[in-house]
Design a protein around this ligand. Sequence first.
Ligand SMILES: Cc1cc2nc3c(=O)[nH]c(=O)nc-3n(C[C@H](O)[C@H](O)[C@H](O)COP(=O)(O)OP(=O)(O)OC[C@H]3O[C@@H](n4cnc5c(N)ncnc54)[C@H](O)[C@@H]3O)c2cc1C
Length: 387
Amino acid sequence: MKTLHTINFSDTAIAFASKTTKELKHMRFLFRTMAWSKITNISVSFLKFALKHQFPIKNIIRKTLFNQFCGGETYWECGKTMDKLFEKGICSIPDYSVEGKEDEASFNKTAKELIKGIEMAAGLPMVSFSVFKMTGIARFALLEKIQKNEQLSPTEITAFIHVKERLTRLCFEAETHNVRLMVDAEESWIQTTIDEMCVEFMKRFNKHKPVLFFTIQLYRKDGLNRLKKMYADAQQNDYHVGFKLVRGAYMEKERERATKLQYSSPINDSKEATDALYDEAVSFCLKEDIATCVATHNQLSIEKAIREMDPKDIQISSFAQLYGMGDFLSYNLAHAGFKVSKYLPYGPLHEVMPYLFRRAEENKSLTGETTRELGFIEKELKRRGRV
Ligand SMILES: Cc1cc2nc3c(=O)[nH]c(=O)nc-3n(C[C@H](O)[C@H](O)[C@H](O)COP(=O)(O)OP(=O)(O)OC[C@H]3O[C@@H](n4cnc5c(N)ncnc54)[C@H](O)[C@@H]3O)c2cc1C
């Protein structure tokens, strides 16, 4: 049986076995640079300006942020990375990371790309899930308006019908090709609309097994209650649920909006409260035998989950980290025999920039995750005698 005793997350030889020393030095440079928040702020501003004015900087971005955090520009280009991860027992979750589009043509293009991804994933053991963001196939403002219960114009009604058509097609393709489909969680002021659509589609497509997986953010005060409510609904109406559990990515934005519009913030008041809720959600899912993806870079949460797992949980539950981050977790988990995946973002370079800027922002303080990541890279370089 796999237990915590079989894993040593500090084993950098395992964590970086697939990286050459040159690649590791490159990673060290990147993480050191990103950790310098002033440099990151200036670089991100410069890159945004340079891209807007079409300066020839794509190669610089490709060799730095893009190669670290993305699998390629197309699904095909991700193939090599997927193979490399799978050699070490890690599956991929290819993530078409084009964001911020607002027109029907782009939504159709994204849906087409997602369907292509589902078709490619069919029967591929190295792909554990397909994934999408609802705002990749629907206009943010439309989802927000529905959540506010405002009257939709005829054009908006048609647009919403198109969103549901795209979603139907995605779920249908996923079901037909036996590919599990994950939907990401987003900002709270559109999330209720996403919740409602997902429940409607889980009822339709999750009759026999979880096809559509739903994401719950546990930085939300109501995160655990929403999870329990969805599970109860599934029990009552005889369909399956599958959850991806995350802490949540939009904390600052959520708090700023709540302050500005003077409503009570939906986000927990402290990191400790989020951690406790996250671990409680994992425990609940394990206890109820719910198919769950524990998507986190938090080592303590992973260790706690493993302690509570029994052999059947290992069959239905899995862990996930983002490509380019948390390698010490992913590779050591896979080495110990746990199911683990990497979110593998891809898309045309200029279109995945919002995603890359988010990663740079996330790594720009010399605390927590970045320090640990950097520490492990340095430890491995020292071990190889290449400081
Ligand atoms: C595979 C994968 C998929 C993901 N998908 C999504 C998604 O669909 N939607 C989404 O929103 N995010 C998603 N994320 C991002 C995720 O929500 C977190 O932002 C990120 O993983 C950091 O949290 P952590 O659990 O890894 O670790 P930690 O570093 O332990 O936690 C950091 C997180 O804790 C919370 N937090 C920090 N400080 C406070 C505070 N003072 N008070 C309350 N809470 C606090 C925030 O959520 C912060 O992001 C995903 C992450 C992964 C690894």
